[in-house]
Design a protein around this ligand. Structure first.
Ligand code: PLP
Length: 212
C-alpha cells in the first residue's frame, strides 16, 4: 500500500488535476453502478454531505432508523442532532430498527410528509444502513430494499445508503455491488473499514448530486 502511494501520480484535486483521485472516483462510480463519485476524508463527512445535498431546503426532514450510525455515532448521540439540525438544517425523524437493521415500512410511510401542510416539514430523504453496525453487522434483505424503494418512489423521496461496509453485504449476498445498490439513489462507503485503507470514504450517486 505504501509503495503504491509513493508511486502514484498526484496533482491538485481542487482543479481536478489529480489523476489518481479521478481514477479512484471513476472506479467507485463504476463499481457502484452510479454516474459519479467523490472522495471524502471520512464516512461521517460523506453522510453529512449526502444529507445536506438531498435536503437543500432548510427544515427538511429525513427518516432514519433509531439505531443507525447516522443517528447514534456521527459525533455521538445528541451532538449528531446538532450536526444535522444546526449545520444541515435537517430534522431527523426516527423509525424503530428491527433486530436485522430493517424497519417497518408502514411506520416509515406514516411519517412521510409532503410539506403541503404549513405545520409540517417536507420529507426529503430516507436513510438505510448496510451492513447495519449497531444491529450486529446484519445485511439488509434485498426484497425489503426493493419494497422500500417502491414506496419511496411513489412519494418521490430519494434513498441514501450508509454503506460503510456495503462490500461485506455484497459478499454475504453473493451479488455484485451494482445489484445491492440498485434500490438506492446515493451511497457512502468507507475505504477505511473492510477495505483496509488507512483513511477515506466515497460518496456515490447521480452526476448532478455529486456536482452539488
Ligand atoms: C464507521 C462508520 C461510519 C463513519 O465513518 P468514519 O470514517 O468513521 O467517519 C458511518 N457509518 C457506519 C455504519 C460506520 O460503521
Amino acid at each position: 500500500m505504501l509503495s503504491f502511494m509513493f508511486n502514484s501520480e498526484v496533482g491538485d484535486d481542487v482543479y481536478e488535476e489529480d489523476p489518481t483521485c479521478k481514477e479512484l472516483q471513476e472506479k467507485a462510480a463504476q463499481l457502484a453502478g452510479k454516474e459519479a463519485a467523490l472522495f471524502v476524508p471520512s464516512g461521517t463527512m460523506g453522510n453529512l454531505i449526502a444529507i445536506m445535498a438531498h435536503c437543500d431546503r432548510r427544515g427538511s426532514e429525513i427518516i432514519v432508523g433509531d439505531c443507525s450510525h447516522i443517528m447514534l455515532w456521527e459525533q455521538g448521540g445528541a451532538p449528531s442532532l446538532y450536526a444535522f439540525s444546526q449545520i444541515g438544517g435537517v430534522l431527523m425523524r426516527q423509525v424503530r430498527n428491527n433486530k436485522d437493521g430493517t424497519f417497518n415500512l408502514d411506520d416509515m410511510e406514516a411519517k412521510f410528509s409532503q410539506g403541503d401542510d404549513v405545520h409540517c416539514n417536507p420529507t426529503s430523504l430516507v436513510c438505510v444502513e448496510n451492513t447495519h453496525n449497531y444491529c450486529g453487522g446484519t445485511v439488509l434483505p434485498m426484497h425489503w430494499l426493493g419494497e422500500l424503494k417502491a414506496r419511496c418512489q411513489k412519494h418521490n423521496i430519494p434513498v441514501h445508503m450508509d454503506g460503510a461496509r456495503v462490500f461485506n453485504a455484497a459478499i454475504y449476498l453473493g451479488l455484485p455491488l451494482v445489484e445491492v445498490l440498485a434500490c438506492v439513489d446515493t451511497v457512502m462507503f468507507c475505504l477505511s473499514k473492510g477495505l483496509g485503507a488507512p483513511v477515506g470514504s466515497m460518496l456515490v450517486g447521480p452526476e448532478k448530486f455529486i456536482q452539488k
